[in-house]
Design a binder for this molecule. Structure first.
Ligand SMILES: Cc1ncc(COP(=O)(O)O)c(C=O)c1O
Length: 367
């Protein structure tokens, strides 16, 4: 492994959180466990799930959660997986068939890539957020017999950049060209579209073939779901190996998810508003301090400063940490060499004072 690229398991307690995915503060919200206990009371199975969802693990709370998700995210159906990783691997390894083609944004998450590698469809990456490049690829490689299904994979908020594709443009492109659009909504779940996702915010539910929503980020819990048609759900129940060959989530995990979603529906608006205010404030401060040009353009809770070189970005992150701010460096090979960065995750619970302090400190590192 290259010098300065070695990864370590860190634990940084007591610092101001600018790095977790707990965007709305739900992971630290005591009300959620209270809400969860109400749901848990209803289920006679209290501890482990006891088996795969296809055997004994499909306890009643799953039905309640999937019904809720279907309504909340305005989808025909929802299928819960143990994690976002499992959902992506399950979908991409089983749905696209031999002879089909998958085009994926070059920056999609590792779980999408791993799923694609496990399946049999041909696959090509296209330039980040470029519908023009996607069009060129499709024209070049569409099967002449026209029988192959084409799948397009992207994210609504890119995890290491914080930016978003032109989702309306992409959805229209897919509709016009008969392609199936899959949107990983991990970093948009619970935030956009009044606590739903970006597909909902843009009214694209009917044009998106499948959405992957995850619960380990703004929902503050764990797990994920694939949103799509009833037929898709039934197919995945029969063929997605990451759903079939694993023990289901325990009842308390599903109960906390129900608690979290009910809380989001009833009280989430305030947290979403606060988060948006902090995103706006962060961007204003970047302009005021004259450091906006090193940041990737983003309207999400993920804001990244490009500071090339593992050896350069690591000490700056350490300095911010020493001063009390938990900001993490993202090193190559996680991102391309030369595009190493500091990744700021903003939260509803951060204060404007914290944001202004950490950015002043960052600016002082460039003197
Ligand atoms: C875009 C994206 N998709 C999928 C995942 C995987 O989700 P999970 O952490 O629930 O496995 C993540 C996060 O790790 C992610 O950032």
């Amino acid at each position: 492994m290259a010098k300065d690229a070695m990864r370590n398991l860190l634990s940084v307690d007591g610092l101001v959180d600018f790095s977790s995915n707990d965007y709305l503060g739900f992971a630290r919200n005591e009300n959620l466990s209270k809400q969860a206990s109400i749901f848990l009371e209803k289920d006679s199975q209290k501890n482990g799930a006891t088996g795969s969802r296809l055997l004994t693990g499909n306890h009643d709370l799953y039905v309640e959660l999937e019904d809720f998700l279907t309504m909340h995210h305005k989808s025909e159906s929802a299928l819960v997986f143990n994690s976002g990783y499992d959902a992506n691997v399950g979908f991409f390894s089983s749905v696209p068939q031999r002879g089909d083609i998958i085009f994926y944004d070059e920056l999609v998450h590792a779980s999408i890539r791993d799923g694609i590698q496990m399946g049999h469809a041909k696959n090509y990456k296209f330039e980040h957020n470029s519908i023009d490049d996607l069009r060129r690829h499709i024209e070049r490689s569409r099967n002449r017999d026209g029988k192959s299904e084409i799948y397009i994979a992207t994210e609504s908020v890119f995890s290491m950049d914080g930016d978003s594709p032109d989702l309306v443009g992409l959805a229209n492109f897919c509709t016009e060209n008969g392609c199936h659009l899959i949107v990983d909504e991990a970093h948009a779940t619970g935030i956009f579209g009044e606590g739903r996702d970006l597909t909902c915010q843009l009214g694209l539910e009917k044009q998106v073939f499948a959405r992957i929503i995850t619960f380990g980020k703004a929902l503050g819990c764990h797990g994920a779901a694939i949103l799509g048609s009833d037929t898709l759900k039934s197919y995945l129940v029969n063929f997605a190996r990451s759903l079939i060959y694993t023990t289901a989530l325990p009842p308390h995990s599903v109960a906390i998810l129900l608690g979290s979603y009910h809380y989001l529906r009833d009280f989430g608006e305030e947290q979403c508003k606060l988060l948006q205010q902090h995103i706006n404030y962060f961007k204003i401060k970047l302009e005021q301090l004259g450091i906006a040009d090193i940041f990737i353009e983003s309207n999400s809770a993920i804001q990244c400063a490009i500071i090339p070189g593992n050896a350069t970005v690591k000490p700056i992150a350490s300095k911010l940490q020493q001063e009390g701010f938990d900001v993490r460096p993202i090193l190559s090979p996680t991102v391309k060499e030369g595009e190493e960065r500091l990744r700021f995750c903003l939260h509803a619970f951060n204060t404007t004072k914290e944001i202004s302090q950490v950015l002043k400190l960052l600016k002082s590192e460039f003197k």
